[in-house]
Design a protein around this ligand. Structure first.
Ligand code: ACO
Length: 311
């Protein structure tokens, strides 16, 4: 019987039909979606921290309002994705537990520090730019709730990317000191942004299966190349240089060739040993613990109201 169900499922994937929460799905399909969607949700939530660091120090009211809105959007994306993930039969408490215990991963990129205001520009431009490229492909992913979440999230990411690029544009057209700040931020964020797309295809555990299930529509390397091709001309407009001596447009392929990513650094950060991993986890776990009384109070209130309606 399962074989039969599996054949029907495969045919639906083949026809590009969306799989919905109550549909039959192979257990591995369910598990791999829980893994990716929950990691994605955790990334949005942890991703609030490096930028939250600058809300009180934004250089103008306008910048502060935009940054505040962006960080709030990220909280919304996280909650949206947690909800999408819950449709697969995992509870939010379980997901939080996986994050807080270090069992679940979140994007490597959020383990780097935000040292100057220009980092906020670079994050919007590069990190959100990379996120959009990854997520536009996911708007077409086979699992319905994930695909629909991505459509809305991409619209907001596009605003985030523009606000970042505008900060970079202002700095790069400013004083020498401001321009140097923008260049320094690009130098520090370029390589970690390329790492966001994950390991090379041949080293990627999940890509082959995820492509078959149409969870992924493009591979890690395809998306990374797309990001580089799109972003290098934007750096040119800023008058900033990308910190890769091997970067060169290849007229034969129509793409930029680029240098080797430091995979040792990537795996170090993924395994918890990046510059800010410890700080990020302490912030999340601390927020969870400090919020315990709010959860308790909300539960007690709900309980009291339930008793009232029963009486
Ligand atoms: N940071 C942390 N871990 C990573 C990263 C990264 N940049 N890239 C890959 N990994 C992990 C994978 O999660 C996987 O670990 P696991 O088996 O323990 O789950 C392992 O490295 C091997 O990688 P892949 O086999 O290539 O994993 P996968 O098929 O899941 O591809 C990718 C990784 C591209 C990140 C995919 O999960 C994805 O598209 N996720 C959705 C987008 C997302 O999470 N974005 C977060 C950053 S953007 C933002 O939040 C604004």
């Amino acid at each position: 019987e399962v074989k039969n169900l599996e054949a029907i499922f495969d045919a639906r994937i083949e026809r590009d039909e969306r799989i919905e929460p109550k549909d039959w799905m192979p257990e591995k399909y369910r598990q791999t979606h829980i893994r990716q969607i929950s990691q994605h949700a955790h990334s949005e939530i942890v991703g609030m921290l490096p930028e939250g660091n600058w809300i009180t120090r934004a250089p103008s009211l306008r910048r502060k309002a935009a940054l505040l809105a962006k960080v709030q959007d990220e909280a919304g994306h996280g909650l949206y994705l947690y909800s999408a993930c819950e449709t697969l039969g995992i509870t939010r408490e379980e997901m939080y537990e996986q994050l807080h215990s270090g069992k679940a991963k979140y994007s490597s990129i959020f383990n780097y520090p935000t040292i100057t205001w220009a980092d906020i520009g670079a994050i919007g431009w590069l990190v959100d730019g990379a996120a959009i490229i990854n997520q536009v492909a996911l708007c077409n992913t086979s699992y319905g709730p994930y695909a629909r979440a991505m459509v809305r999230i991409c619209k907001e990411e596009s605003f985030h990317q523009r606000q970042g690029y505008e900060i970079m544009l202002t700095l790069s057209r400013g004083t020498e000191e401001q321009k140097a700040m923008a260049q320094d931020a690009l130098n520090r964020w370029w390589w970690p942004s390329l790492m966001m797309f994950g390991p090379r295809d041949e080293a990627s555990t999940h890509t082959a299966q995820s492509m078959k299930w149409k969870l992924k529509r493009k591979t890690n390397d395809e998306l990374r190349q797309q990001f580089i091709d799109q972003t290098v001309p934007q750096a040119d407009i800023l008058g900033l240089s990308v910190p890769d001596p091997d970067l060169k447009f290849n007229p034969e392929t129509g793409h930029y060739d680029f240098g080797e990513i430091d995979w040792k650094e990537f795996w170090q950060v993924v395994k918890g040993h990046g510059p800010c991993n410890k700080e990020r986890m302490e912030a999340r776990v601390g927020a969870w613990e400090r919020g315990a009384w709010v959860r308790d109070a909300a539960m007690a209130h709900a309980e009291k109201n339930k008793n009232k309606t029963m009486a």
